[in-house]
Design a protein. Structure first.
Lengths: 322, 331
């Protein structure tokens, strides 16, 4: 068990370094650098000034030296300075992570619970109208682009029927505190969370439906019925616990990818999270910030995979540490 | 004469295929007395297992359903019973042991829990009492150190042990009827013998009537009081087990009995080929044509067999056969 966990951690560390190198290289190859962006904003600069700025950010060094310095800094927990905000990247991420977590966790939980319930239902009543409806909605949610769903929801629930705020995380006009502030944030949360949940929901309802169908046909479910257990025990005790594993896998993967999942939604709703920051950093050629966010999200993936393994072992006694 | 414990009357079970209901069990009637052991014999696909499932209201539906007939358990028709009533009967008064011990237990719960929950649901026992009962059952079915084993998961047990657990689950509520659907087919021969010994002991201790479904004639001869032979969804012969083995009447039954390989002494270098019944069981869809369903494979077929299906006729008390030849001889 300990040996297995240790192996995983070593593997994860190697993976993270590989991701860092790859990200750094890709961004290095891409045309443009922070200095060009800054110069563009300043409306021009002399070649001497540009050279000086490049030297300041270490961009005049050979590629090997640049990447070596960066890797060394990351190891000490230093993700560098944002070229746009002139502040440490770690601080920027810490500031934004809360908003992203709130959005993604809410969306994921809603999708996970609702998706599983819908999936279980449509597996049990395969020929019912609701089952077909779930299939259609899932397919639509599956294929519709996130930003389109977001815009449509804004049109419907903010413009046509002005129930919910269009964007942002707080009302800028009022300076609310306490409960009022929490309610204000929740009010702003509904639309982006709903948009993000729609996409996840499609996955989970399909996944749990397929998984449930397979389990419901298994011999031990026949045994459970033959024992005279009530239907709800057969479904929720005997079937669901077996059917939930693929859903757990998927939830783990998706949660790990929270940044990429949230980029579009955060951008559409101007939600001040990591996704927006990543998107803006690309436009501003803010390489250190972008690299920092990418590194942070790959860390999330690794951590979530480890957590998923733990949940596996809780759900299914057959799974042991290798 | 008192009413039998279980009385199946003119049962028909059909599966929907496209727009048609294809019957897989037709006009099946049989009785089971308290404490009696009835063997149901037949080839794969003859309707044995689906008949067993129908007794518990567990015919997979859709596509299957009971389309005609009655299943009278202590005078109550289970075909008409609602799901709530069926759940009271299942596992409590009628329980079932399945063919596949490897997959019939839920992999994510301990075996103790899987036995105990049955007792909790039917008897309303507390968790502690139900657990104690589960441990007691494990020891009754011959699982060593039951206190410790009750905490094991199914994957930690061998096939034979898992089948013992299935039997413990089936018997925990002391049912009146135990249905065993090929309970040893998936097990080693030595384990088979142990399981049947266990059945014999438990029959003595619990006094349950047993319906034993098998295609192993040897098992039938050892275990049962009475035998019913099914072919293509119909009962074609029924009688006390001694008659069945010594004097089978239906050509199909005599074929089945002849199929048992015998060890001859001394072993010859040129053994006789094993006996087989030529042909295969007809598909349920092909059974709408007239005539005896066995006629195409029958060695003693007569012209009448191809035109008219023989009904079951009594030959002697407790002895019935559906065969023109036998009925004409008897008449």
């Amino acid at each position: 068990m300990l040996q297995g966990t240790l192996n995983r951690l070593v593997n994860a560390a190697i993976l993270l370094v590989a991701v860092l190198v790859l990200n750094f290289t890709l961004i290095h190859i891409a045309p443009g650098d922070p200095v060009e962006a800054i110069v563009g904003e300043m409306g021009g600069a002399t070649p001497e000034m540009i050279a000086q700025m490049r030297a300041q950010y270490g961009l005049d060094q050979p590629f090997i030296v640049q990447i070596g310095t960066y890797l060394g800094n990351v190891l000490t927990g230093d993700l560098g300075m944002s070229t746009y905000y002139s502040r440490p990247v770690t601080g920027l991420i810490a500031e934004r992570i809360g908003a992203t977590l709130l959005l993604v966790v809410t969306a994921l939980l809603v999708a996970l619970i609702l998706g599983t319930v819908l999936g279980v239902f449509s597996a049990r009543k395969r020929r019912s109208v609701l089952s077909h409806l779930v299939t259609v909605i899932a397919l639509a949610g599956f294929s519709a682009p996130v930003f389109w769903v977001g815009i449509m929801l804004i049109l419907l629930l903010s413009v046509s029927i002005p129930l919910l705020p269009i964007s942002g995380m707080t009302s800028s006009s009022a300076d609310l505190t306490g409960i009022a502030h929490v309610l204000d944030v929740l009010h702003h949360l509904v639309l982006p969370a709903l948009t993000l949940a729609t996409i996840y929901l499609a996955f989970y309802s399909r996944l749990s439906r397929a998984s449930m169908l397979e389990v419901l046909g298994s011999d031990y479910i026949r045994t459970a019925r033959a024992k005279g257990l009530p239907q709800r025990m057969v479904i929720y005790k005997h079937a669901l616990r077996n059917a939930i594993l693929p859903v757990v896998t998927f939830a783990g993967l998706q949660f790990g990818q929270l940044i990429s999942g949230a980029v579009l939604v955060e951008t559409v709703f101007a939600w001040p999270g990591l996704g927006t920051l990543a998107f803006e950093s690309i436009l501003r050629r803010d390489t250190p910030t972008l690299l920092g966010i990418l590194f942070f999200s790959s860390m999330m993936v690794v951590v979530m995979n480890l957590l998923t393994d733990v949940v596996y072992r809780l759900v299914d006694p057959r799974i042991q540490a290798r | 004469m008192t009413a039998p414990l279980l009385s199946v009357r003119n049962l028909e079970i059909a599966f929907r295929s496209g727009r048609d209901d294809i019957p897989v069990v037709r006009d099946l009637s049989f009785d089971l007395g308290a404490g009696e052991t009835l063997g149901i014999v037949g080839e794969s696909g003859c309707g044995k297992s689906i008949t067993a499932l129908s007794l518990l209201g567990l015919v997979p539906s859709p596509p299957g359903r009971v389309t005609r007939g009655q299943i009278l358990f202590q005078g109550e028709d289970l075909v008409q019973a609602g799901e709530r009533r069926l759940n009271e009967v299942r596992g409590n008064e009628i329980s079932m042991v399945f063919q596949e011990p490897m997959t019939s237990l839920n992999p994510v719960y301990t075996i103790g829990e899987q036995i105990a929950e049955t007792a909790r649901v039917h008897f309303g026992l507390s968790r502690a009492k139900a657990w104690a009962r589960a441990v007691e059952m494990l020891s009754l079915v011959g699982i060593p150190s039951p206190n410790r084993r009750a905490h094991d998961y199914p994957h930690q047990l061998s096939g034979g042990m898992r089948q013992r657990v299935m039997i413990a689950i089936a018997l925990v509520c002391e049912p009146k009827i135990l249905i065993a659907d090929e309970p040893t087919t998936a097990l080693d021969v030595t384990v088979q013998a142990q399981i049947f010994d266990l059945f014999n002991d438990l029959r003595r201790d619990f006094g349950a009537a047993i319906i034993l479904i098998t295609h192993d004639i040897g098992v039938v001869a050892q275990m049962t009081d009475r035998v019913m032979v099914m072919y293509a969804g119909r009962k074609i012969e029924e009688g006390p087990v001694a008659d069945f083995v010594r004097d089978p009447r239906h050509p199909y039954t005599s074929g089945l009995v002849s199929c048992i390989p015998r060890l001859t002494m001394p072993p010859s270098d040129d053994p006789e080929p094993l006996f087989e019944i030529p042909g295969v069981v007809p598909a349920p869809r092909d059974l709408n044509r007239p005539g005896c369903p066995f006629a195409p494979r029958c060695a003693r077929v007569m012209p009448r067999c191809r035109d008219e299906n023989p009904g079951l006729e009594p030959l002697a008390p407790g002895r019935m056969v559906a065969c023109w030849q036998e009925q004409e001889v008897a008449a």
